[in-house]
Structures are given as structure tokens and as C-alpha cells.
Design a protein around this ligand. Structure first.
Ligand SMILES: Cc1cc2nc3c(=O)[nH]c(=O)nc-3n(C[C@H](O)[C@H](O)[C@H](O)COP(=O)(O)O)c2cc1C
Length: 185
């Protein structure tokens, strides 16, 4: 059983690729999307707080087109089934540190880490359920915040797009041996 679980986990990690071209007519079943999002909310957070505010876009074609314009014309803005702008409520995050003296810089770094771990969990859960994804930071953050009516106390960390791949991703780049990437001290 343990081996089977590991094999499935391994497969989800290998199946997840950054997809640039999605099938534009593919719709994600709302229950499946909830399941995938729920996995994202299981990631570790400071003091177990829940600072995530996920801005979800599916059918709003006009907004997608506007986002694509400030997203360097990347096709995922209009062809992915679902756009998830990952944002962190800085008030909630700060409250997890109420007994410590933390700077805004530390809080912001924390927000970025949380956006990353959330996104990876969502993308792996999606891969395990046969969905494709792409993480993106290639967009102008300030105009994106305005288009999304984001309140000032929320910080967008990145976008995760979900859907079904329309084209195969390119082969993975060459791999650097593990011992060159790991420093033993
Ligand atoms: C922080 C971050 C930002 C990224 N931004 C973009 C992006 O704006 N557009 C895009 O197509 N891919 C983006 N990617 C995906 C990478 O290009 C992709 O992960 C990388 O080429 C390796 O491909 P793979 O994930 O399929 O192994 C981003 C990835 C990360 C981690």
C-alpha cells in the first residue's frame, strides 16, 4: 500500500508540467475544483492561520482579455479553464505574529512563501486528478490588483491556471546531478 501511494505521488509530481496551451472549451467540474483547492488549504501556515484569499475567474471573458493584456499576451489567461489568483490577507498573516516583532519585509516574504506552497499543493492535487496547470508571475501586479478589485491589505503572490493541455509541453531541460544541488555541511 505504501509503495502504491508513493508511486501515485511520484506520478503526480512527474505529470505536473507548466502548460502554455490549454483546451479553451474544457470546463472543470466545480466539485473537482473544490477538492483540488481544499488540498491547497492543507499546507502549513504560520501558527495555523488561514491567510489565503483565492480570486477565481472562469466565465468572465472580458476580464480575462484585460488580464491577458497586462499579462504579456500569455495565452493561458484566455485558454485555461480556471484562473486562480493566489492572494494573502496580510492582516490575517500579521495576526499570526502578534506576539513577535516582525517587519513588513518579513511578512511579505512569508506571503510569497505561502503563495508558493499553496500553488504547488494545488498543482499536484490537480495533476493527481488528471488536470493540467501553469504557475505564472508574468503579469503586471499593480494593474492586475486594480482589475481584480483587490483590497490594499491583500497581496497577490502569483497566478495558477488550471485546465486540460492542448499541446504537449517541451521535454524537460537537462537535469543537474543531485550532489551538485545539495551542499552537505
Ligand atoms: C515563480 C514562477 C513563475 C512562473 N511564471 C510563468 C509565467 O509567467 N508564464 C509561464 O508560461 N510559465 C511560468 N512559470 C512556469 C515555468 O516556466 C516552468 O515551471 C518551467 O519552465 C519548468 O517547466 P515545468 O514546470 O514543466 O517543469 C513560472 C514558474 C514559476 C515557479
Amino acid at each position: 500500500m505504501k509503495d502504491l501511494l508513493f508511486t501515485r505521488f511520484h506520478q503526480a509530481i512527474n505529470d505536473r508540467r507548466a502548460i502554455k496551451h490549454f483546451q479553451p472549451d474544457f470546463k472543470i467540474d466545480p466539485q473537482l475544483l473544490n477538492e483540488v483547492l481544499t488540498m491547497g488549504f492543507r499546507v502549513p501556515t504560520p501558527g495555523g492561520c488561514n491567510p489565503f484569499r483565492i480570486l477565481k475567474i472562469e466565465d468572465n471573458t472580458e476580464l480575462r482579455t484585460q488580464l491577458r493584456e497586462i499579462g504579456f499576451d500569455q495565452p493561458q489567461f484566455t485558454n485555461a479553464s480556471t484562473l486562480l489568483f493566489v492572494s494573502i490577507d496580510m492582516n490575517v498573516l500579521a495576526s499570526a505574529y502578534s506576539d513577535q516583532d516582525v517587519t513588513d519585509e518579513i511578512l511579505r516574504n512569508n506571503a510569497m512563501i505561502l503563495g508558493g506552497v499553496f500553488s504547488q499543493a494545488v498543482m499536484l492535487a490537480a495533476a493527481a486528478r488528471g488536470l493540467d496547470s501553469c504557475p505564472l508571475i508574468g503579469f503586471k501586479f499593480q494593474p492586475a490588483g486594480e482589475l481584480l478589485n483587490k483590497p490594499d491589505h491583500q497581496v497577490i503572490t502569483n497566478l495558477v491556471t488550471l485546465g486540460k493541455r492542448a499541446k504537449r509541453p517541451l521535454a524537460r531541460g537537462s537535469k543537474i546531478p543531485l550532489d551538485e544541488l545539495t551542499v552537505y555541511l
